[in-house]
Write a protein of this length. Structure first.
Length: 451
């Protein structure tokens, strides 16, 4: 099979049917919501008033729910209140909300410093930092304080839902709700049921997501679920490109020119480089032989955490979120790449980053962590900025041809050296290519194989 070239990936025309395909995919992903009802949830407690908790509270208020936003740190609560006011005022200034509507949404949010029993709660959402022990403690407390019928939601992007649920007295009421930043805007909600989560609860939370103007997608309970597992591999490959000589602004520019809403390094600076760093350290501790880039860890060790520290992959002026090239990162790349530094083309950047997402997505399907291939496209487009005009990675791979994608990966693998194991094609990808199957229609292929 002749591989699709890096240049052909870069020059590929957007798919003409992408909009219709994605609309159908979103409807399929949310199908279970028809069995549920959003009326189950009228009042919500959000525990943790950091950036994510603040935005989740705002997302519920925008959907007409009453919200209690709780945090034990008074300064954090005050910052959250100010942030919500700023966002609502900005919407009024832009003509997106009336002053009356903005005022009513602000009035829907109460701020609390303590957790107290509240029999009127229909749902609690913990939004504390991504630390398993901390989330277990908080969820155990919330389960005791909330009424017996309340939904117990944990906002985690990577952690084991069953381990969190086990800390409560009601694992059947626990569900993972992975909101995406900014939660009041991003139109995706990744839902992760645990082994004991009640099916009707899942249906109701899916209906609630639709009421919040979000597309819900069910994901399996495994490290990173669907979204962050793919983003981890995506930004890992982007970091490997830096270690070979590319610059962050080169990588971001190439991917954004191809259609990504935002490049991986701008994204990492926005969310905070320390967040994936914590995950990388935990994974490396569990698997010392894991193949990972080093440059992101060095960045964090130097305190370059992104926008919040004034410098990350880019540098930022005082109070500014405008990214500027960071000469210290350029010097670090020169140091890490050493004598092996080479010129990296935009075509190579796009081909490697896109191909690795396709391969990892096929592994996710093979492991049963997504209900259907098109669900992965919904997650990638609505939550991670994959070009909507290309229909998502599964649809794009199908259009290019799976055999040609595999041939491209084999070509990359031959040149990858010690990173070659990362480019082993997924067994499912190989099977589908051999049978002229399609990743975006994988559930149909699976049904045929079980007949």
């Amino acid at each position: 099979m002749t591989p699709v070239t890096q240049e052909q990936i870069m020059a590929a025309e957007p798919a003409g049917d992408a909009a219709a395909y994605l609309a159908g995919a979103a409807a399929l992903a949310a199908e279970r919501a028809k069995r549920g009802s959003d009326s189950r949830v009228r009042k919500v407690l959000v525990c943790g008033a950091g950036a994510m908790g603040r935005d989740i509270a705002l997302a519920f208020a925008n959907a007409g729910r009453s919200v209690v936003l709780q945090d034990i740190v008074p300064e954090t609560l005050l910052d959250a209140r100010r942030g919500i006011i700023r966002w609502l005022d900005a919407q009024v200034d832009k003509g997106r909300l009336s002053a009356v509507t903005a005022k009513s949404r602000m009035a829907a949010i109460q701020f609390a410093g303590k957790l107290i029993p509240d029999a009127t709660l229909d749902m609690v959402v913990e939004a504390v930092p991504e630390d398993l022990a901390l989330k277990q403690r908080i969820m155990a407390t919330l389960a005791r304080l909330a009424p017996g019928q309340a939904i117990l939601a944990t906002n985690t992007s990577t952690l084991d839902i069953d381990a969190i649920a086990a800390a409560t007295n009601s694992p059947d009421r626990v569900i993972g709700t992975h909101f995406f930043m900014p939660a009041q805007v991003t139109p995706l909600l990744e839902l992760v049921p645990g082994r004991q989560t009640a099916p009707d609860l899942v249906d109701d939370v899916m209906a609630l997501a639709l009421a919040m103007a979000k597309t819900p997608v069910i994901a399996g309970n495994a490290d990173g679920f669907i979204g962050n597992r793919l983003f981890d591999r995506f930004h890992q490959e982007a970091m490997f490109l830096l270690e070979e000589g590319a610059l962050p602004e080169q990588v971001d520019a190439a991917l954004e020119r191809w259609g990504y809403a935002i490049g991986p390094f701008r994204t990492l600076d926005m969310i905070g480089n320390d967040i994936p760093w914590t995950v990388r350290k935990a994974r490396l501790q569990a698997d010392p032989d894991r193949i990972q880039p080093l440059i992101g860890d060095i960045l964090c060790e130097r305190g370059w955490l992104g926008q919040k520290s004034g410098a990350g992959w880019y540098r930022y002026g005082l109070g500014s979120r405008r990214p500027e090239p960071n000469p210290r990162v350029h010097a670090l790349i020169t140091q890490v790449a050493g004598a092996g530094r080479r010129h990296v083309t935009a075509e190579e950047i796009v081909a490697r980053c896109v191909a690795t997402v396709i391969n990892e997505a096929a592994k996710i399907l093979d492991e049963g962590l997504a209900v259907r291939g098109s669900d992965i496209d919904v997650v990638q487009v609505k939550g991670y900025g994959f070009p909507a005009a290309r229909g998502g990675p599964m649809h794009f791979a199908d259009e290019v041809g799976l055999g040609r994608i595999i041939a491209l990966m084999e070509d990359i693998r031959r040149k990858a050296g010690w990173k070659a194991p990362l480019w082993q094609p997924s067994p499912l990808l190989v099977k589908l290519a051999a049978s002229n199957g399609r990743l975006s229609e994988w559930e149909a292929y699976r049904a045929e194989q079980t007949v």
